[in-house]
Design a protein around this ligand. Sequence first.
Ligand SMILES: [Zn+2]
Length: 310
Amino acid sequence: MKFSRFLWAIAGSALVCAGAAHAGGVKSDENSEYKPTGKGWGELADSPNVNGHARASRPNSGANGISYHGGPLLNSANGTNVYYIWYGNWAGNTATTILTDLATGIGGSGYFNINTTYSDGAGKKVTNAVHLLGNVDDNYSQGTALSDAQIQSVVSSAISSGRLPKDTNAVYFVLTSADVNATSGFCTQYCGWHTHGTIGGSDIKYSFVGNPNRCPSACAAQTTSPNGNAGADGMASIIAHELEEAVTDPDLNAWYDTRGQENADKCAWTFGTTTTLPSGAKYNMSLGGRNFLIQQNWVNASGGFCAKSY
Ligand SMILES: [Zn+2]
């Protein structure tokens, strides 16, 4: 996920969601194939051959506008596990309850059911179930300006210390308070991202999601929000985006399109029909007993389309 509506308007590029500083200057052409970075933009993949016949090796664009590249999915029959690592200072912040309600309410929803339109090479679909299995605090163990490597260290230390289990069927979310920056581009290049890494000898999937209160114009859809906490409500939309990408493209080699966009990237910052509360806050779905304004996801059926439910 990335990109504010503000940056989006400036970028105005053919690469929706593309980071100008990252993929800028690299134009898509019919012999180029992009792979996802997990940060919402694509990078040129290594040329599949040197004879100028890359087009023949290019994966089919897919009847639904997104295609499968052979890698694993998080498609356990029991669903996907989630762990939250609350990094920084979250004392007295209602985000901890709002985002817990999100994680416990998203599984089984019509929204998460969109991911069941994705399957692996054996035809095994994603299951519409999500289990929040753990929450831990991290009191600034890596300071307030985190590199990508330090974000992985936050995850690895939570696991190696035994505070969280080592779970390959899970997404670990590093949720940072508003005083914390992610130096590879939080607020300017992205609002969150997901990736994977080898931790304790296992392939662990994890995600960074920062608090949009640090940059509301870039990473929050609205400053008056349905749960009275614009930062937390902004994070809910970003967490949902990263979770559905991590489920369908956990190792960045499964489902994405020819521009390197994963499922949620194709619908980033679109919300469908919304309802306005008396406060002025908008919402488009209810999960875990709360109203949320959460970006849509790409349905891998019927030609492909953005939706908030399937
Ligand atoms: Zn994304």
